[in-house]
Design a protein around this ligand. Structure first.
Ligand SMILES: Cc1cc2nc3c(=O)[nH]c(=O)nc-3n(C[C@H](O)[C@H](O)[C@H](O)COP(=O)(O)OP(=O)(O)OC[C@H]3O[C@@H](n4cnc5c(N)ncnc54)[C@H](O)[C@@H]3O)c2cc1C
Length: 408
């Protein structure tokens, strides 16, 4: 078959990888490079070259089985990563959960009762989470569930909401309406409830571009810097910007998919794709250590910024030296949504990414994927069909490929 794949992020690339041996595949990518959120930047310093990831960074040995299978097929190597989470208000309040030294990075917290309560509330949270997991039904929103649990304000504001906001790159206020079960299941799957059973986090050796290059090397028709503007379907085929195909796989974000389909979108496509919107996030690659906690012992791999005024977006700095085990004479950081706070002289690159916004309606729409995919010569892939992570992109691709008889 002649198949058009729109979007060369993990979802489109994995689909192309699975379909190209048996089909005539054309991949359309709006960007100058393939990879989408897998976006490694090469930085030359005086005496070394560093491949720094700015979007997708880590996966683990428990929750990414399909992605690991893909890496094995491609013979792409990965290495252990260092994952830790910390919170700081840019002033004197800061901690990281990675060690007792980091937790009490600010020594006065050793004798601060509300700080101890915050930590003990985490034990209660983990216990209550297990109970929630064991009960059936849709379950409450996170806000409602936390209210019922009678947690201290510091626990909610300075621990659990920052963590959830950072994991999903979501507006901290949005977390109130987030389905509690969705969050708790995710935390459970990722070994984040308690200290036992933590998975080993990994990162791609040489940056995520390594696997992107391995996939694109074998694609015969990859068209970069070619944004698709219009897709129409009829009984005999699909027209993608005037060119005819037998089928189309739309592997962009849900809102981008709807835009391309325009007037041709069916009511059901509008309903389901519209239920999973995206939110923009600005990412800046820089070397300004002022965006890390003041005390070095409070530095974590993921450093959440507690801001006095809500900005409607998550604010976090990834410490890339730690995450990718970079040995460099400077600290490489990727900061989300705090562009103004970074010394312009230390900015290396700026990017505009977007993350899916998950709601209860979105979760219901995800379950109805089959109502619009595999129908009308059209297929939908994208990380937004599950949790929004790399594994989800591969799972969505494998699901589409299965329709064509290909398996990972
Ligand atoms: C800063 C950041 C950090 C992250 N860290 C992690 C992490 O550590 N681990 C993890 O698992 N996930 C992480 N993620 C989540 C990440 O978004 C997903 O893992 C995954 O990369 C999303 O893949 P995708 O294929 O669904 O979308 P994308 O990667 O966004 O790909 C969509 C592609 O479609 C293209 N496109 C859009 N419109 C058109 C058009 N009209 N025509 C042609 N092409 C078009 C885009 O240019 C893009 O290349 C992170 C995301 C960000 C932004």
């Amino acid at each position: 078959m002649r198949i058009a794949i729109v979007g060369a992020g993990i979802s489109g690339l994995a689909t192309a990888h699975l379909l190209h041996p048996e089909h005539e595949v054309t991949v359309f990518e709006a960007g100058e490079l393939a990879g989408g959120h897998a976006n490694t930047v090469r930085v030359d310093t005086e005496d070394a070259t560093h491949d720094v990831d700015t979007g997708f960074i880590v996966f683990n040995d428990r929750n990414y089985p399909q992605f690991e299978k893909l890496l094995a097929r491609l013979h792409v190597a990965s290495q252990p990563s260092n994952m830790s989470f910390g919170v700081s208000d840019g002033g004197d309040f800061e901690y990281t959960g990675s060690s007792a030294n980091g937790l009490f990075a600010k020594r006065a917290h050793l004798v601060t009762p509300w700080f101890h309560r915050m930590v003990f509330d985490l034990v209660k949270f983990n216990r209550n989470a297990r109970t929630l997991l064991a009960t059936g039904g849709e379950g409450p929103s996170l806000g409602h569930w936390l209210d019922e649990g009678d947690y201290s304000e510091p626990f909610v504001e300075r621990l659990i909401v920052p963590q959830a906001s950072a994991v999903w790159s979501a507006d901290p206020r949005q977390m109130w309406t987030f389905p509690a079960r969705f969050l708790v299941e995710f935390f459970d799957n990722h070994g984040m409830l308690g200290f036992a059973k933590r998975p080993q986090w990994r990162t791609i050796s040489g940056g995520s571009r390594s696997y992107v290059d391995a996939i694109t090397a074998s694609l015969r028709d990859l068209r970069l810097a070619t944004p698709v503007r219009s897709i129409t379907r009829d009984a005999d085929g699909v027209t993608v910007d005037g060119e005819r195909f037998d089928e189309v796989v739309i592997a962009t974000h849900s809102d981008q998919a709807l835009k391309m389909l325009g007037e041709d979108a069916t009511e059901r496509e509008r309903e389901l794709l519209g239920a999973i919107p995206y939110q923009p996030n600005e990412a800046v690659l820089h070397t300004d250590t002022r965006l890390l906690p003041r005390r070095k012992r409070a530095w974590a791999s993921w450093n959440y910024h507690l801001l006095p005024e809500p900005t409607g977006m998550t604010t976090v700095t990834y410490h890339m030296n730690r995450l990718q085990a970079l040995t460099a004479d400077r600290e490489f950081c990727v900061t989300l949504n705090r562009g103004d706070a970074i010394d312009p002289g230390k900015v290396l690159r700026r990017f505009s990414y977007a993350h899916p916004v998950f709601t209860r309606d979105g979760a219901k729409a995800q379950a109805r994927w089959h109502e619009i995919s595999g129908v009308n010569r059209t297929h939908f892939a994208g990380a937004y069909w599950r949790w929004g992570f790399h594994e989800d992109g591969v799972v969505s691709a494998a699901r589409v490929a299965e329709h064509f008889g290909a398996r990972l």
